[in-house]
Design a protein around this ligand. Structure first.
Ligand code: SF4
Length: 340
């Protein structure tokens, strides 16, 4: 039987996941999980690149993200793991760091954009070098495919360059070139009607929110800015609530469009109806999520099993890597095992 190709993807644990994540990646992951051998990394160390002041909540955020994963329907057969608990990744990052020049890192457009987005002005060595750490995350597990949006392609190209350099410099084909699995990553605008949905801007709807909180957030949502009065015809293509209709209740969009353009529906009732549809859609996810939230031991066990599995794969890769670099020192390892 042909082995399934391996995918590696994941999230930084900066808080609860929300509808923006669902539309952008989670929905796709649920679809891909039966076809591929999926490794989901919760990249806790990456949080340190730009959230140094906020690191105390990493552990609880890892738990929240894991509950969100299981809530949206990712299955237990997948490998879920925590980045910092696979120390081989840090070791591999170190080896790879010798293969990448400083100007090459400084040229990476994604790093520049992210520094701007997160307001990082004093760029640390770790921030600048995180594409190297990402390459280690991918290559330690010999992932074949990496689901990415267009904006992440420079990272994959960087990883591919590292593969070529490593194999050439150390004269051994340890790594194969991973391929990007480029999908359209739709961006969901937040309830402020201006910015991408984001926790830091408080313009989000999380899976963890109650139906009432969801209602509050959707009812406060900014809609068609050109529609001043209830009697004015609306412009659905300029209304972010309409975008939500098309993503979460697409079968109703024709009717909503027609009633909006003829002023047969008002924005308040439209958003109330939308909330009902959203809450219906989220009910199953919330129920499943809550079931895991109430069993923290089970959630940590799932992560422990996945992390162990991930570590076993990374350990094998690192043995090959050390051999290629000629730093495997079998004699020293024997003496360490013997406690001398
Ligand atoms: Fe948007 Fe609905 Fe108002 Fe039309 S009726 S502008 S779709 S909120």
């Amino acid at each position: 039987m042909q082995q399934k190709k391996r995918i590696l993807t994941g999230d930084r644990p900066t808080g609860q996941l929300h509808l923006g994540h669902y539309v952008g990646t989670l929905k796709d992951r649920v679809r891909l999980q039966d076809e591929y051998d999926c490794f989901f990394i919760i990249a806790d160390l990456q949080v340190l690149t730009d959230h140094l002041e906020n690191y105390s909540s990493i552990e609880s955020n890892v738990f929240e993200v894991m509950c969100d994963y299981l809530g949206v329907g990712l299955k237990l057969e997948n490998t879920f793991f925590v980045q910092s608990q696979v120390p081989e990744l840090a070791e591999l990052t170190m080896y790879f760091s010798f293969l990448v020049t400083l100007p090459r890192l400084q040229r990476n457009p994604t790093v520049k954009d992210e520094a701007k987005t997160y307001g990082v002005t004093n760029i640390s060595y770790g921030f600048l070098g995180y594409p190297i750490s990402q390459a280690a995350d991918i290559l330690a597990f010999k992932a074949d495919l990496i689901p990415v949006g267009q904006d992440q392609l420079p990272h994959i190209e960087q990883t591919r360059e590292i593969v070529r350099s490593f194999n050439r410099v150390f004269g051994k084909e340890v790594f194969a070139l991973p391929e990007p699995l480029v999908g359209e990553v739709p961006v969901l605008v937040g309830t402020d009607g201006t910015n991408k949905m984001s926790k830091s801007l408080d313009n989000f709807v999380a899976f963890a929110h109650s139906p009432e909180e969801t209602e509050r957030r959707i009812l406060n949502m900014v809609t068609d800015r050109k529609r001043a009065y209830r009697k004015d015809p609306g412009h659905p293509d300029e209304c972010f609530a309409f975008k939500y209709w098309s993503v979460f209740a697409s079968t109703d969009t024709l009717l909503v469009r027609q009633e909006c353009e003829t002023a047969a529906r008002g924005c308040k009732e439209c958003k109330a109806q939308l909330t009902g549809k959203l809450n219906e859609r989220l009910a199953e996810i919330r129920e499943r999520r809550q079931c895991y939230v109430s069993q923290p031991d089970l959630v940590w066990d799932i992560l422990a099993t996945g992390t162990k599995r991930a570590r076993a794969v990374a350990t094998e890769t690192l043995e090959e890597v050390r051999e290629a670099i000629r730093i495997s020192f079998p004699r020293l390892r024997v003496s360490i095992k013997g406690g001398q």
